[in-house]
Design a protein around this ligand. Structure first.
Ligand code: NA7
Length: 539
């Protein structure tokens, strides 16, 4: 097999891969992006379920590295739906003429660091071999779907869908009995639309979640013009805010306000919609008293909206709000007032197995024609580990990160013994707690600057030091331990998948603004904490 030589191989053609390609190509590198799908888009290529929509305000959910590119695009709605985001990413690919350097319908099976040549050898399912100095993952945090290992899944005779791998053609639910498993963002967005068509919809719910109102609406021409005129402000928010997005805030703890003032503010936030319940009081994720105020406000709203008292009670979340991703939805709680919608709490009535005509629960079988798995993703590490990545001496990354030992990275960007391997929005970076394009731009810019340094100084390899990995993991844990996050099991702690042990915090929760400063300082200090080699070890 003849090897194809490149300077860099980037995996994935979503936001991350597209920008990485653009940057490195501008630097004069010969780059190839490898993408499993037959088009660009990443997550937004696959997640075509009804109601799929971004939960960042659309005017922030785009690249800002080019003012010209930013100003050429107008979003149609406050929260962009999947087809529009996919259209945007296709627009970017066309504007920047990226497609010639992307190889579609190709899946990276294995990547091995060759100790003799100091190059990565990348094998694909098309039986091709790519060789490159740099191997960069842009596979995203939420792309490998999780279907829990329910007994009997294969025996089901009806239709089955996972929200993250939805068919391209519309699924017709008219007259059908539908069971939905999972009520994270995907389930919450999809269900009200499915319930409009279906004869019957039953949600099998493991944990009730906090759902804020989206209040999505079309953007008027004036609002679009305003977004374009605010380019500098939006770009600035990528650099100076904890989430890479400007959010409504009082700037104070809820404890500094009277109950009446709290109520008025929270009512305002509920009416204006979006994720502001998570930003209105900056201490909501650290102060139990503030958290209790905001959590109780949502439980009261549920009681106000949902007519059946026991259903309302079953929908009450009982963990600290924001310690799992806050969900925004449209008509989610209202949907439970429809006669064709049922709620089953799996705590009282667990799933036994899936059978040919439905789902068998402890208290009986729910017959259905369709099962929708809205059961999320093997998040943060799943898509990276699905590629068989091997570093020095053939060590698999999976072995290094295996359950119980915990993820080990430096800055969420680099791994010891995996030289010249970089992760865009990898575990132990702020990633999913932020507006993703903000985090992606920050990581790509950092990696690009690092590669510039390596090339200019004739450096062969760079990789994390063991000590810096230990310190970084400790720093991620220490920051998380000052918050309410560790009180809740979630995919932030790698604890969502059945059988996965919880092993250290996989997200840097200290804010993108602070994280950026740390990363920049490391670069200013000539990559302190990394091992760099020419022929000899440099630091
Ligand atoms: P999430 O947020 O991971 O939600 C998955 C849902 O599936 C959640 O309600 C889970 O319950 C449920 N789930 C997972 N496994 C099971 C089993 N075994 N039995 C019953 N229910 C289960 O994924 P989404 O796709 O909704 O959203 C992902 C992100 O995409 C989101 O945060 C946005 O950033 C966009 P649990 O809560 O774990 O008890």
């Amino acid at each position: 097999m003849e090897a194809k030589q490149f300077d860099a191989i980037v995996v994935g053609a979503g936001f991350a891969g597209l920008y990485m390609l653009h940057k490195l190509r501008e630097r004069g590198l010969n780059v190839r992006v490898i993408e499993a799908a037959d088009g660009v888009g990443g997550t937004w290529y696959w997640s075509r379920y009804p109601g799929a929509r971004c939960d960042s305000d659309s005017i922030y959910y785009n690249f800002t590295f080019s003012e010209d590119l930013y100003k050429k695009w107008r979003w149609k709605e406050r929260y962009a739906a999947q087809p529009e985001i996919l259209e945007y990413l296709n627009f970017v690919a066309d504007e920047l003429e990226l497609r010639p350097d992307i190889q579609f319908e190709t899946y990276v099976k294995k990547a091995t660091f060759n100790e003799d040549t100091k190059l990565w050898e990348i094998e694909t399912d098309t039986d091709e071999l790519f060789v490159a100095k740099y191997f960069i993952s842009g596979v995203g945090c939420l792309s490998t779907t999780n279907i829990p290992p329910f007994e009997g899944v294969e025996s089901f005779k009806g239709e089955k869908y996972h929200t993250g791998r939805w068919p391209h053609e519309k699924v017709d639910f008219t007259g059908k009995r539908v069971v939905v498993i999972g009520n994270g963002s995907s389930g919450v967005q999809a269900m009200p639309l499915i319930a409009k068509e279906a004869k019957e919809l039953t949600l099998l719910m493991r944990t009730p979640h906090y759902v804020a109102e989206a209040r999505n609406h079309p953007l008027t021409k004036e609002q679009q013009d305003e977004a374009i005129s605010k380019y500098d402000e939006i770009r600035d928010s990528f650099f100076t805010t904890p989430g890479g997005i400007r959010m409504f805030t009082t700037g104070k703890s809820a404890t500094e306000f009277t109950p009446q003032e709290q109520k008025e503010t929270l009512e305002y936030v509920w009416k204006t919609g979006g994720l502001a319940l998570g930003s209105v009081y900056p201490d909501v994720s650290v102060n139990k008293d503030t958290n209790a105020v905001v959590s109780q406000f949502v439980r009261d709203k549920i009681d106000e909206i949902v007519k059946n008292e026991s259903t309302a009670k079953a929908l009450h979340p009982n963990y600290y709000i924001t310690t799992k991703r806050l969900i925004i939805g449209t008509n989610y709680y209202e949907m439970f007032n429809q006669d064709n919608v049922n709620l089953v709490s799996l705590k009282d009535n667990p799933i036994v197995r899936i059978v040919e005509n439905g789902v068998e629960l402890q208290n009986g079988t729910i017959e259905c024609d369709v099962i929708v798995f809205a059961t999320g993703y093997d998040s943060m590490t799943g898509s990276i580990l699905r590629m068989d990545i091997r570093g020095r001496e053939g060590q698999p990354l999976k072995e290094k990160w295996e359950d119980g030992k915990g993820v080990k990275t430096y800055l969420g960007l680099s791994v010891q013994n995996f030289p010249n391997f970089f992760m865009i929005t990898g575990p132990q970076s702020p990633s999913v707690l932020t507006n993703m394009p903000s985090s992606i731009e920050q990581h790509v810019d950092w990696i690009d600057r690092c590669i510039e340094y390596l090339e200019e100084n004739n450096i062969q390899t760079i990789e994390a030091q063991e000590e810096s990995e230990k310190e970084w993991a400790k720093q991620c844990d220490d920051i998380a331990n000052q918050t309410l996050f560790p009180y809740t099991n979630s995919w932030y702690t790698g604890a969502n998948l059945d059988g996965t042990k919880r092993s250290g915090f996989v997200i840097f929760v200290g804010g993108l603004d602070n994280y950026r400063k740390i990363c920049d300082q490391v670069a200013d200090d000539n990559y302190n904490g990394f091992t760099l080699t020419r022929a000899e070890v440099l630091n």
